[in-house]
Design a protein around this ligand. Structure first.
Ligand code: ZN
Length: 185
């Protein structure tokens, strides 16, 4: 059993999350592997970069006594193994893969090094087909529209992600879970 990062829809912006420290109302979902109960386990600190500024945040961990595995509980604004906030990565990828501009102007606008942005785009392109198919399937599973747009791999993936997001955001429980989760302990 390998550790899985659990991403939760944190309603706080980076600043508010940093200010709250350990008092962020972290949710305690069931184990992603066995659905058993999880308990809080010592967390760790990591950096996150937003608008060119690095902040240190606390990431709690949850452990499953059945599996014996601990899972990091990541707020949705960070990505595992990436310094920059999710939104920055998304904006750069959307601009380049969507054909709006090249990597260099997108990186400059986002305030990240060119090589970093190039790395995201390369990785996205390398996994584009796989991602597009997975998100298109997810969109349909969530009751969204089927994605038909194999007009350039990058655009197909963006359309598929957009469709999955729209379908997820329209589920009745989503907004409620995000709000309730911030209060749960
Ligand atoms: Zn488990």
């Amino acid at each position: 059993m390998s550790p899985v990062a659990i991403v939760w829809p944190c309603p706080l912006a980076v600043d508010a999350y940093v200010a709250a420290g350990r008092d962020v109302g972290f949710p305690r979902p069931a184990c992603p592997s066995c659905a058993g109960p999880l308990v809080f386990w010592p967390g760790y600190r990591r950096y996150v970069r937003e608008a060119g500024r690095c902040r240190k945040i606390f990431v709690p961990r949850l452990r499953c006594s059945r599996c014996g595995v601990s899972h990091a509980l990541l707020p949705a604004f960070v990505l595992a193994w990436r310094l920059d906030v999710t939104e920055t990565v998304g904006v750069v990828i959307a601009a380049v893969a969507g054909g709006a501009c090249g990597v260099r102007p997108a990186a400059e606008r986002a305030g990240v090094p060119y090589t970093t942005a190039r790395g995201w785009v390369r990785r996205f392109r390398a996994r584009g087909r796989e991602l597009g198919v997975a998100f298109a399937a997810l969109a349909v599973e969530l009751g969204g529209a089927a994605v038909t747009l194999p007009d350039g791999a990058g655009r197909f993936v963006l359309a598929a992600i957009g469709a999955a997001f729209a379908a997820a955001a329209s589920l009745p429980g989503w907004a409620g879970w995000a709000r309730g989760g911030s209060r749960r302990r």
